[in-house]
Write a protein that binds this ligand. Structure first.
Ligand code: GDD
Ligand code: MN
Length: 398
């Protein structure tokens, strides 16, 4: 069935229904094997199971393959715009009619036979169930090179602020449709749609079911370096979503730390060039301030990066000067009031006060949130708006 109404095959409506969404790009050779295995699972389980294959116009015989198989419980959706794995999965989920939504790769890496255990966990009260390689009992194919292994581990570690599960990168997962429908606005970017849903659907009880992650049999992976860079952007978005203004502060502090390094490097270089000391100190401050401005505008307060930069630069320099003045005044005041305290402690308090004021002025006056672009956040119930960040989904062919 192509782009038709959701398949029904007259089963008893009281059985819980499950829609498996399979995103595909050039997976035609894998589909007959995968659908045969899902067919066997379908026969065994009491659930009513249907499948939506969401293909990004692979043009590799996927359409013909699905037509030839003629399975009434399989629906094919061919997308021609807004390509990308995450967007494909979300499109499938929006179309799905099952009580339970499942996402599974097409390349036979994710064993459909583990579905039963995953559905049991959902029925037992889990908010989100992951097919996991790293939980006890889970395995990966032996011929994973060390590079892919390290890569996967680092990516997992970076997701730690959001979830403690051992395999948050997994693309094999299940959740109730109601939970998906209640998700916060989704920003599907890159490959990690599972992580996005764990965070945005506020899933507290995330349960991992061990799987054997097999190597793909046909075709090749679409996980490129580009996708990995998108993952870093995705993490930053999740960070801002979860920690709000604290995430801006954290980024501001990291930039400030880097800026201190830039200041010292510039000072060293200028002194080495025999620039007079006063001029070198002033020059290093200006260089560091410009560095901080660029990074804060681009990273810490990136929502305001479309604002007028000369106005923002003037405001930022003013904020830094105000911060420096408050730093100086606080240090002197503390030192005068608590003479027993070492000067260094007074200076630290001064730095904290100055940085705090600098941050508040930067955040709420200089980089005001007037340029937030809601178009990048796509509510789960709508189709992606034209004008949402173009290649943000990281189509592998982009
Ligand atoms: N519709 C659509 N559009 N599907 C896509 C696209 C796309 O742009 N890119 C990839 N897919 C499909 C593939 O056809 C496959 O079914 C699935 O998404 C996973 O893609 P792979 O290319 O096989 O990715 P992988 O094996 O490197 O990554 C898998 O494992 C990772 C953990 O190692 C995925 O499950 C990732 O989600 C997971 O993080
Ligand atoms: Mn794969």
């Amino acid at each position: 069935m192509i782009d038709g109404s959701p398949p029904t095959d007259g089963d008893d409506a009281s059985r819980p229904s499950v829609t498996i969404v399979i995103p595909t790009y050039r997976e035609a050779p894998n589909l007959p094997h995968l659908l045969r295995r899902i067919g066997v699972v379908r026969e065994r389980l009491t659930h009513r199971i249907d499948v939506i294959v969401v293909d990004d116009d692979s043009d590799d015989g996927t359409v013909e393959t699905i037509e030839r198989l003629g399975l009434p419980w399989v629906q094919l959706v061919v997308r021609k715009s807004d390509r990308g794995l995450s967007a494909a999965v979300l499109e499938g989920f929006r179309r799905a009619r099952g009580d339970v939504l499942v996402c599974m790769d097409a390349d036979l890496s994710h064993p459909p036979e583990r579905l039963s255990a995953m559905l049991d966990e959902l029925a037992a009260g889990a908010d989100f169930v992951l097919g996991s390689r790293y939980v006890e009992g889970g395995t990966t194919a032996d011929d994973w090179g060390p590079l892919r292994w390290i890569n996967s581990r680092v990516a997992t570690w970076l997701a730690r602020p959001f979830t403690a599960v051992s395999d948050p990168m997994s693309g094999y997962f299940a959740l109730q449709r109601g939970r998906f429908a209640a998700a916060a606005p989704l920003s599907p970017i890159g490959y990690k749609i599972g992580l996005e849903l764990i965070v945005k659907c506020r899933c507290r009880k995330v349960v991992e079911v061990p799987i054997h992650f097999a190597d793909r049999r046909y075709g090749h992976s679409k996980l490129t370096l580009h996708q990995q860079l998108l993952y870093l952007r995705h993490l930053r978005r999740l960070f801002v979503h979860k920690f709000g203004v604290w995430s801006h502060l954290a980024q501001f502090l990291v930039v400030g730390g880097l800026g201190t390094g830039v200041n010292l490097l510039a000072l060293t270089a200028l002194l080495a060039l025999s620039v007079p000391a006063q001029l070198a100190v002033a020059g290093a401050i200006v260089i560091a301030m410009l560095f901080n401005f660029v990074l804060n505008r681009r990273i810490s307060f990136s929502y305001a990066r479309h604002g007028s930069w000369p106005r923002q630069l003037a405001g930022f320099v003013a904020a830094c000067s105000l911060g420096a003045a408050i730093n100086f005044a606080t240090t002197m005041l503390v030192n005068a009031s608590y003479t027993a305290l070492p000067m260094q402690v007074a200076a630290l308090l001064g730095i904290a006060a100055g940085t705090g004021v600098n941050f508040m002025v930067s955040r709420y006056l200089v980089f005001r949130a007037v340029h937030v672009r809601p178009a990048t956040d796509i509510p789960p119930t709508e189709s992606p708006a034209a004008g949402s960040e173009p290649a943000s989904d990281g189509s592998p062919r982009a």
